[in-house]
Structures are given as structure tokens and as C-alpha cells.
Ligand binder design. Structure first.
Ligand SMILES: Nc1nc2c(ncn2[C@@H]2O[C@H](COP(=O)(O)OP(=O)(O)O)[C@@H](O)[C@H]2O)c(=O)[nH]1
Ligand SMILES: [Mg+2]
Length: 196
């Protein structure tokens, strides 16, 4: 992947730009009563990318199911370890356009006022062996106008298959922060936590 094209327009820069569709100064508009505290993150990504494993590392104490109206899907919510705020673990998604209940829940959590008004950003979890699919999802979620962090997980499996990833190049092309992890071994977690 090229990394030296500084004139390239970042694909996702609007997601991390100044026009964030978040933290309304007057939360009474939707009656959520949460104020304008934006501290929470939603883990999103393909199935088996390592979201739940990361959730275990990033959260502390008990997790509880979040209530998403109109769905019986369980989305776990926990407190971020060492940081004020919460983190949500969502079901795997292939596309924001999918209509199955699991994938709808992963989208709807970004829309309902109770959660949306407190979101600081999205944590996209990618399987290093299937980056294209995860980048496609990141591009779709950019539509929500929320800041994103792109974590490339399973780099152990990718490197054992000879897959090399230009992290800086990808970060520059996407216009968002990119980090790597081996969630199963707890590697990369502190770096990721420092980015939240
Ligand atoms: N090799 C490897 N396996 C991982 C890594 N992270 C998670 N796993 C494993 O991948 C499987 C799916 O992980 P999970 O967290 O359930 O994925 P989710 O579907 O995105 O929530 C589990 O067996 C994890 O132990 C990693 O970085 N490397
Ligand atoms: Mg999971």
C-alpha cells in the first residue's frame, strides 16, 4: 500500500473533523437528560474480528445488556477500565445496509438518543487477514459523522501468513488513527486505551 502520497484526500477525515454530529449542547431536545458528556465508545466490525475479546480487555467489572428498542439482541455495555465512560460490544456486521436483527442492533445503537448522545467515537475492529472488508465497513460508518479509531486486530495471524500492513499509510489514506493488536494475548491494548 502506498504511504507517501501527501496530497491524497483522507477518505474519512469528515468523521474526525469539526462537524461532528454528536454531543448536542442541549440534550433536552430528545429528553434523554444525559447532558453533553461524550465519553462512550462502540466496538464495531465483522464477526470474529476480536471485538468481544477487546471488550473484555477494555472494560472493567460487570457488563450489562443495553436495551435497544425493537430488538431482542443483546449488546453488552461495560465501564471503560481506567477511563470515565462506557464501551459497547456489538454483534458482527457485514454492511450497514444489512437487515438482519443483529446487524440492525449494531446500527441502531448509534441512533437512539440514550446512547448516541454520549458517544465519543467508534472503535472499528478489523481482522488483519481481511482488511478490505473492514475498510468497507469503516467507510460506511463514516456516514454517522462520529470520530473513529481503526484497530487492526489479529496481526499475529496476518504476519504468520506473510501479510504486511502499512499502518501509517492506511492512517493517512483514511484520515483516522490506526493501531494494531493481538487481543487474545492482550497486546496493543494499552496503546489503544491511550487513544480513547
Ligand atoms: N489469533 C488471534 N486470535 C484472536 C485475536 N483476538 C481474538 N481472537 C480469537 O478470535 C475468536 C473470535 O474473537 P471474538 O472476540 O469473539 O470476536 P467477535 O466476533 O468480533 O466478538 C476467539 O476465539 C478469540 O480468542 C488475535 O488477536 N489473534
Ligand atoms: Mg463478539
Amino acid at each position: 500500500m502506498e504511504s507517501n502520497n501527501s496530497s491524497r484526500k483522507p477518505l474519512l477525515n469528515e468523521a474526525n473533523g469539526s462537524e461532528r454530529n454528536m454531543c448536542p449542547s442541549d440534550s433536552s431536545l430528545d429528553g434523554s437528560g444525559f447532558g453533553d458528556i461524550c465519553s462512550d465508545y462502540v466496538l464495531l466490525g465483522n464477526i470474529n474480528a476480536g471485538k468481544s475479546t477487546l471488550f473484555e480487555h477494555l472494560s472493567s467489572g460487570e457488563s450489562n445488556p443495553a436495551n435497544i428498542p425493537g430488538t431482542t439482541v443483546s449488546i453488552q455495555c461495560g465501564n471503560l477500565k481506567g477511563i470515565d465512560g462506557k464501551i459497547y460490544d456489538t454483534p458482527g456486521i457485514y454492511s450497514i445496509f444489512s437487515s438482519n436483527e443483529d446487524e440492525r442492533a449494531s446500527r441502531d445503537i448509534l441512533l437512539i438518543p440514550q446512547t448516541r448522545n454520549r458517544l465519543k467515537g467508534l472503535l472499528l475492529v478489523a481482522d488483519a487477514k481481511n482488511l478490505k472488508r473492514s475498510i468497507a465497513i469503516a467507510l460506511q460508518f463514516a456516514e454517522y459523522g462520529l470520530p473513529m479509531i481503526f484497530d487492526i486486530n489479529m496481526i499475529d495471524e496476518a504476519s504468520s501468513r506473510g501479510i504486511e500492513i502499512d499502518i501509517e499509510g492506511l492512517s493517512s489514506i483514511l484520515g483516522i488513527e490506526v493501531c494494531t493488536s493481538i487481543a487474545r494475548e492482550g497486546i496493543g491494548i494499552e496503546k489503544l486505551r491511550s487513544m480513547l
